[in-house]
Design a protein around this ligand. Structure first.
Ligand code: ADE
Length: 253
C-alpha cells in the first residue's frame, strides 16, 4: 500500500527522502525514484520536473512500475484568488487544466471525451493533509526565522481548500492572472502539474491529493518571488506538512 510523494522540483521535497529507512534509489524513465519505509509504511519520493507531460509521465511510472496506491503532490503555486496570499497553503479540492481549449468542438476547459473539466481530489487523503497542515500550533515562528517571516509576510494557519488550476505556462503578469480569475472565479491557485496528475490518477482509479504553498501572486513580480520563496521557504513548509501527513498515514491499518 505504498504512498507516493511527488513534486516538480527538488526544493519542494528537500530532505524528506533522507528521513525514510530501508531507502533504495531506482532510475527509471529518466528520473530517480527513492523508495523506502516511513515508520514501517512503504513510501516512494519522486520529482517530476516541470509541466503537465512530465508530471503525467512520472505519475504513470509511479503507478505502473512502483505500484503506488495513492499519490500526494507537494509543491508551490501562484496565488490567484484575492484571499490567497504568499505563504498561504492551498489544499486542492478540485483540479482543472486552464489551458485545455478544444473549442468549438468541446466547451472551454472540457477534456475531450471525458465529458468533464474538473477532477476531484480524494477526500480522505485531503482531510489527512489538512490535519497535517493545521496541526502546528506554534505558528510560523516555530518553523522560520524572523527575517524570513518579515520578508515573505508569513502568517500562521492560513489554509484554503478549493480549485487548483494547472497549465503549461508560468503565469507571470497581472493581466494573465486577471484573465484566469475572470474565466475561473473560484480558482484559488495556479501550478503546472496538479491537474495532469489528477487525470492520470482518475484513469487508474488511484486516490490523489495536492498541497501547494503560495510562492507568488502570478503577477509581474512572480518571476522574482518564485525562486526566492523556493530557496528560503518551500522545503521547510513541505517538511512540516509531509512529515506529519506520512506519520498519520503510517498509523492507518
Ligand atoms: N508555480 C508557482 N508559481 C506559479 C505561477 N505563477 N504560475 C504557474 N505555476 C506556478
Amino acid at each position: 500500500m505504498a504512498t507516493a510523494i511527488l513534486s516538480a522540483l527538488p526544493e519542494e521535497q528537500e530532505g524528506l527522502a533522507a528521513l525514510m529507512t530501508d531507502t533504495e534509489t531506482v532510475r527509471h524513465a529518466g528520473r530517480e525514484f527513492h523508495r523506502g519505509r516511513w515508520q514501517g509504511a512503504p513510501v516512494v519520493f519522486a520529482l517530476s520536473r516541470i509541466g503537465k507531460v512530465a508530471a503525467a509521465t512520472t505519475a504513470a511510472a509511479l503507478i505502473e512500475r512502483f505500484g503506488v496506491q495513492r499519490i500526494v503532490f507537494t509543491g508551490v503555486a501562484g496565488g490567484l484568488h484575492p484571499e490567497v496570499r504568499v505563504g498561504d497553503t492551498v489544499i486542492a479540492g478540485e483540479f482543472l487544466q486552464h489551458d485545455m481549449d478544444a473549442t468549438p468542438l468541446f466547451p472551454r476547459h472540457e477534456i475531450p471525451l471525458y465529458a468533464r473539466s474538473r477532477f476531484g481530489a480524494d477526500m480522505a487523503l485531503s482531510a489527512t493533509i489538512f490535519e497535517a497542515a493545521t496541526a502546528d500550533k506554534t505558528g510560523v515562528g516555530g518553523t522560520f526565522d524572523a527575517e524570513t517571516i518579515r520578508r515573505f509576510g508569513l502568517q500562521a494557519m492560513r489554509v484554503h481548500r478549493g480549485l487548483l488550476v494547472s497549465g503549461d505556462r508560468f503565469v507571470s503578469s497581472a493581466g494573465e492572472a486577471r484573465a484566469l480569475r475572470e474565466a475561473l472565479p473560484d480558482a484559488l491557485a495556479v501550478d503546472m502539474e496538479g491537474a495532469a496528475v489528477a487525470q492520470v490518477c482518475h484513469d487508474y482509479g488511484i486516490p490523489f491529493a495536492a498541497v501547494r504553498h503560495i510562492s507568488d501572486r502570478a503577477d509581474d513580480a512572480a518571476h522574482v518571488d518564485f525562486p526566492a520563496y523556493l530557496k528560503a521557504v518551500a522545503a521547510l513548509q513541505a517538511r512540516a506538512v509531509i512529515t506529519r501527513f506520512l506519520s498519520a498515514q503510517a498509523q492507518r491499518p
